[in-house]
Design a protein around this ligand. Structure first.
Ligand SMILES: NC(=O)c1ccc[n+]([C@@H]2O[C@H](COP(=O)([O-])OP(=O)(O)OC[C@H]3O[C@@H](n4cnc5c(N)ncnc54)[C@H](OP(=O)(O)O)[C@@H]3O)[C@@H](O)[C@H]2O)c1
Length: 289
């Protein structure tokens, strides 16, 4: 069974996109903090690892496992395939099967807990993709499958052909990116019991003090709500993502221990309707009708 960590209200995943293969000490220290804080869902992808570093993040996780296997006890590892440098997308059967084997080897595991298709490949028929994914599940190489950055129609077409359920959809959702409220992906998730993993829940840092000018209004709204509730704007931004009634798990991307503590403060915050909608309005730049 999947997959995404839900322990009471503690509901985060931790992502390794921003690490390079050589960041062994820093990544080990952060993983230790992450696990101590109760996060057991770890997110990576074969493409992560920096420019020219294909596989680097998975190799890093494999190296941490070799050095500190206890950090992986009870952890759920999610990885992704389907972005092929130069293609740019490939979900053909032979490509994905080889990609899955390579991920298993780099991660030093016998089974991947959650295997995502990173981006939709327009040139692979969903029936072919479904057969590949079902094959990976039935062979025991993969426990659960997910998709990332799919449209609702792409999810439906794949689900139509699959025997195994689509367990998770990983997509961009934050106080700076509310498109999933309107594009049907979150509604589809509630309809079919698909868990949502939200990437860049802090807009990749663009909600921070030196962030992008176009998010000034969102930033100010987060600041005011945070001030009233005695927490940081970061915690408010994450509580915003978690407040949606779909099962939404923000994937934290910070590489800074102090900021991780800041993020975790979101757990103690339950946003009021008025505050939640105020953030949506600040992002859209207009009042709700
Ligand atoms: N499926 C996909 O297509 C996809 C795409 C992107 C990401 N992901 C996944 O989602 C995970 C999280 O994405 P993300 O790293 O973009 O998450 P994020 O939490 O939105 O952004 C983290 C980045 O923002 C910076 N940051 C956070 N708060 C800040 C502040 N107040 N001021 C300045 N900088 C701040 C962090 O810097 P510090 O490190 O210094 O704290 C870090 O560089 C990734 O690791 C990956 O696993 C998936």
């Amino acid at each position: 069974m999947l997959a995404l960590s839900v322990t009471g209200k503690q509901r985060f995943a931790y992502g390794f996109w921003r690490y390079r293969e050589g960041d062994l000490d820093a990544a080990t220290e952060m993983l230790s903090l992450v696990r101590k804080s109760g996060i057991d869902h770890l997110d990576t992808a074969d493409i992560y690892g920096g420019p020219g570093g294909f596989g680097g993040s998975e190799r890093l996780l494999g190296a941490i496992r070799a050095r500190a296997p206890e950090l992986f006890k009870g952890a759920v590892i999610a990885t992704k395939a389907g972005i092929e440098p130069g293609s740019p997308y490939n979900s053909a059967a032979a490509y994905l099967s080889a990609a899955c084997d390579a991920s298993l080897s780099r991660l030093k595991v016998e089974r991947i807990d959650l295997f995502y298709i990173h981006r939709p490949d327009f040139l692979t028929h969903p029936a072919e993709l479904a057969e590949t994914l079902d094959g990976l599940v039935s062979s025991g190489k993969v426990d659960a499958v997910g998709v990332s950055n799919f449209t609702t129609a792409q999810v439906a077409a794949l689900a139509h052909h699959m025997k195994a359920p689509i367990a998770a959809h990983q997509l961009e959702f934050s106080a700076a990116h509310v498109a999933p409220l309107y594009d049907g992906t979150l509604d589809q998730a509630t309809e079919h019991g698909i868990a949502i993993a939200a990437w860049s829940p802090l807009a990749g840092g663009r909600l921070g003090d030196d962030g992008a000018p176009e998010f000034a209004k969102v930033r100010e709204t987060l600041r005011q709500i945070g001030k009233r509730n005695g927490v940081s704007p970061t915690a408010v931004a994450l509580a915003f993502v978690q407040r949606h009634p779909a099962l939404v798990t923000p994937i934290l991307g910070t590489t800074t221990p102090d900021r991780l503590r800041d993020c975790l403060a979101a757990d103690a915050l339950s946003l009021s309707r008025a505050d939640w909608y105020a953030i949506v309005e600040a992002c859209l730049g207009q009042k709700m009708p």
